[in-house]
Design a protein around this ligand. Structure first.
Ligand SMILES: NC(=O)c1ccc[n+]([C@@H]2O[C@H](COP(=O)([O-])OP(=O)(O)OC[C@H]3O[C@@H](n4cnc5c(N)ncnc54)[C@H](O)[C@@H]3O)[C@@H](O)[C@H]2O)c1
Length: 272
């Protein structure tokens, strides 16, 4: 018996990286999946973003686990498109009671117009999370059967990293904003037995971190190394480490946990 048998999970950014890992981990525990991803490049992002082939791979891996999945290419910045993706998913699979707002982009870095870097990272990483909640929450309330919403923040959502580019400032501001959203929704939804929490990963082994320029930034700014390195001797955690935290927050094992941030940070926050 799985920990999520009979549940449906709505996951954004599910084509690859942590989003795919969350889809597979929750499916292993019995959940059916509504997956969305932009599968396209956003110009100010310096590493290659996902493709439709990545999303196809998530679909096939979930199906291999014997679970159902409805996947669509949608942009979390596009509220009507995201609503359509959610509605089509729930029409096919049944009401969702788990929401994982995971889609996100890294902190610019292409040396583009700073306004564009700021706009893009705040639009995806904060407004996109708001859109994810607002498409799903009315349905959770209507079905009146509780639920668990998990918003992906970052260690950068709890501390100021100190890199003064528009992209990094926007990333840090957006990830702090996600925690504000989480706390507000947690209070609003607690009477309905809907829990809302965040995960705050340190750097994770995904294309975002692997192709990002964190190492180069630390080389140029040795003073930042302390705020960017973990206490435990690992540079990166694995997507599965974050997925296990997401699974715990999604499952009834955390049934009275709401309004909190779970760091998956190899001791990074405590070390500062
Ligand atoms: N990788 C890290 O070091 C790290 C650390 C802390 C937090 N995070 C956060 O974890 C989350 C997942 O990132 P990841 O590490 O798996 O990176 P990733 O780039 O591998 O995956 C992110 C996914 O989100 C999708 N996405 C981006 N913008 C989108 C949009 N507008 N609409 C729909 N989908 C969109 C991408 O296409 C991609 O498939 C992000 O919110 C990120 O900010 C990452």
């Amino acid at each position: 018996m799985g920990k999520l048998d009979g549940k449906v999970a709505f996951i954004t950014g599910a084509a690859r990286g942590q989003g795919r890992s969350h889809a597979l981990r929750l499916a292993e525990e019995g959940a059916d999946i509504i997956a969305v991803d932009i599968c396209a490049q956003i110009e100010s992002v310096q590493y290659p973003m996902s493709t439709s082939a990545d999303l196809d791979q998530t679909v096939s891996e979930v199906e291999k686990l014997g679970r159902r999945i409805v996947a669509s290419q949608s942009d979390v910045r596009d509220y009507p498109a995201l609503q359509k993706a959610f509605d089509e998913g729930t029409a096919a699979l049944g009401p969702a009671s788990i929401v994982v707002a995971n889609a996100g982009i890294g902190a610019g870095g292409k040396g583009m117009d700073p306004d564009q870097e700021w706009e893009d990272v705040v639009a995806v990483n904060m407004s996109g999370v708001w859109n994810t909640g607002r498409v799903a929450i009315p349905s959770l309330l209507k079905h009146d059967n509780g639920g668990s919403i998990i918003l992906t923040s970052s260690t950068g959502g709890l501390i100021g990293v100190g890199i003064p580019t528009a992209g990094f400032l926007g990333y840090t501001a957006a990830k702090h904003g996600v925690i504000g959203l989480m706390r507000s929704w947690a209070n609003y939804l607690a009477p309905h037995m809907i829990r809302v929490n965040s995960v705050a990963p340190t750097a994770v082994r995904t294309p975002m971190a692997a192709d990002g320029d964190l190492a180069a930034i630390m080389e140029r700014n040795p003073a930042l190394a302390n705020s960017l390195t973990n206490a435990m001797p690992v540079d990166l955690v694995e997507p599965l480490d974050v997925s296990n935290a997401v699974l715990w927050l999604a499952s009834d094992e955390s049934r009275y946990v709401t309004g909190t941030v779970v760091p998956v940070d190899a001791g990074m926050l405590n070390k500062r």
